[in-house]
Design a protein around this ligand. Structure first.
Ligand SMILES: NC(=O)c1ccc[n+]([C@@H]2O[C@H](COP(=O)([O-])OP(=O)(O)OC[C@H]3O[C@@H](n4cnc5c(N)ncnc54)[C@H](OP(=O)(O)O)[C@@H]3O)[C@@H](O)[C@H]2O)c1
Ligand SMILES: [Zn+2]
Length: 282
């Protein structure tokens, strides 16, 4: 029996179900630090905090959540890297240019979590909470829906531990894949055509020789909408128009995909024939 098969046959029992207390240290006690504390404490976790003025001391939690702005990560890595070895370290930052809010401060083919994973090679780095608002974590609802935390990372057990802890607190959490931030599109190994949405069979030649393949992401913007408003929900801020675009990628005529874009301001996105670069996530 293969390991994968064995794993799929095992029903995982969470720490919460086994009566084991999950220990969590949160750097920061601001909007997100306190909202995440509320959720995890409700799920039975033991939570403590470290602030910017605290002298470097022990890090108690098995799960460590960096509820700080991107700019503070460097300071924390400098002071705590050795104390974070072996721990699950969660990046929640949205590394935006905080003056203009129109671009990222990490390269489009990297991410703050990927940088953190490189800086902390002995830690198990996850990305989570960055698509949630503090208000919707506190309320555990977005409109009528239960708030959902998206968890990405390369360590399956680390992801499962965080997902268990969040779910125990009454918020939904799902595994959304790896930290790798390459734009991958299915490409047929026989006729060479890309296709999207992903499918195991090439829609042109019916080959099953299909592999996810990296594309650059550059292309022509064919359609754009700007999100100004959504269903009312406590803590949700729709004041910044946020472009969602359909881009025809340079790799192949007709290969179009939806996402958000960098390399074009909101004014330029509206212009006919504007070009931009699709991004995956932060
Ligand atoms: N607010 C949201 O709804 C939201 C949503 C998604 C993602 N995020 C992301 O979450 C992060 C935090 O946002 P926030 O709104 O919670 O900010 P915030 O309310 O301003 O809180 C920031 C916290 O960072 C702490 N901090 C700064 N430098 C530190 C250091 N060197 N060591 C330990 N703690 C340090 C501060 O602690 P001291 O008071 O001790 O200085 C403060 O508690 C940001 O990266 C943001 O992009 C926020
Ligand atoms: Zn084909």
């Amino acid at each position: 029996m293969s390991t994968i098969f064995e794993h799929s046959q095992t029903t995982r029992t969470s720490n919460w179900e086994r009566g084991i207390v999950t220990t969590v240290t949160i750097f920061g006690s601001g909007n997100m630090g306190s909202a995440i504390d509320t959720v995890l404490t409700a799920g039975g976790a033991s939570v403590d905090h470290i602030g910017s003025a605290d002298p470097p001391g022990p890090v108690n939690g098995d799960i460590v959540i960096l509820a700080v702005y991107y700019a503070a990560l460097k300071d924390i890595i400098g002071k705590y890297a050795d104390k974070l070895a072996g721990k699950i370290v969660v990046d929640i930052t949205n590394p935006m240019n905080l003056e203009t809010f129109d671009s990222l401060v990490v390269p489009a083919d990297s991410s703050s979590a990927a940088e953190l994973a490189t800086a902390l090679p002995s830690s198990r780095v996850l990305k989570a909470f960055n698509t949630n608002f503090a208000g919707t974590l506190n309320a555990k609802k977005v409109g009528l829906m239960t708030t959902t935390v998206l968890v990405a990372g390369d360590d399956a057990d680390a992801k499962a531990s965080l997902i268990d802890a969040v779910q125990a607190g009454g918020v939904e959490a799902i595994d959304v894949g790896w930290l790798n931030r390459e734009l991958l599109f299915d490409r047929c190994g026989d006729c060479g055509r890309f296709h999207d949405p992903p499918a195991p069979i090439c829609p042109v030649c019916w080959s099953t020789n299909v592999e996810p393949t990296k594309v650059e992401g550059s292309g022509t913007i064919h359609m754009a909408i700007f999100l100004h408003q959504g269903p009312p929900a406590e803590g949700v801020d729709y004041s910044t128009p946020y472009p969602v675009v359909v881009v025809e990628l340079d790799e192949q005529p007709g290969l179009r995909s939806t996402g958000t874009v960098v390399g074009a301001s909101n004014r330029l996105v509206r212009a006919p024939g504007a070009v931009g670069r699709l991004i995956v996530a932060v």
